[in-house]
Ligand binder design. Sequence first.
Ligand code: UTP
Length: 234
Amino acid sequence: MTTHIIALGGSLLRPEEAEQRTQWFGQLRQLAVHLEGNGRRLGIVVGGGLPAREGITLARQSFSEPYRLDTVGIAATRLNATILQQSLLDTGCNVCPIIPNSTEEAADLLTEHNFVIMGGTSPGHTTDAVAVALARDCGAPHCVIATNVTHVHDSDPRLNDDAKPIEEMTLTELARITGTEPLEPGESAAVDPVAVKWAIEANVKLAVLDGRNLSLLEDAIEGRPFVGTLVRTE
Ligand code: UTP
């Protein structure tokens, strides 16, 4: 059995888009069955998406300390992780019934279960960083970051129409784009700077791809060429 770690952006759960949401969940369940059949184990770290943004905005009415806002964000990631875990349990796959609180606990559970689903762990980073830490703790050589952009770009495509997609780069080059400062609670970026820093420290390769198209995720997990950005360790 080989273990793969995925950061699944919370925006992919898209509660706001009913039709695509049903399709996407169905495809994810199919992919899980297929991957289990191929001897793959998966650690999936789910982002907070809409509930995280809404929760943090609501909480800001009452308090502003970043670690407290992060705690609200973490609760949203665990909510989304629970939704995904319960959805995957219906497939009959060996899905862990616990949502672990730490990457060490998750790595341990991955020795007994083919699917371990978790959310955030502690303040100061996003679920991208949790996924990199889980890859490190499991000894997985790479971590897939499934998000809602096709590639890492040379500048922010939301602000710059001329931003160019990058197909291959090193972690050091990625760190130049993301910077090294942690994000604000609820702030989003193509890849969390803390995740990049931890990937450099632990020598974890990254694959950044558009998780709305689950065949790209399957390509990356199966070790085939995939559409997205491959981030080498050097
Ligand atoms: P996400 O991991 O969802 O942020 O965490 P994201 O990557 O920007 O968004 P999506 O969902 O993948 O699109 C949401 C918030 O939860 C807190 C942070 O405040 C983060 O911005 N968080 C999450 C933590 O503090 N620690 C964690 O381990 C995870």
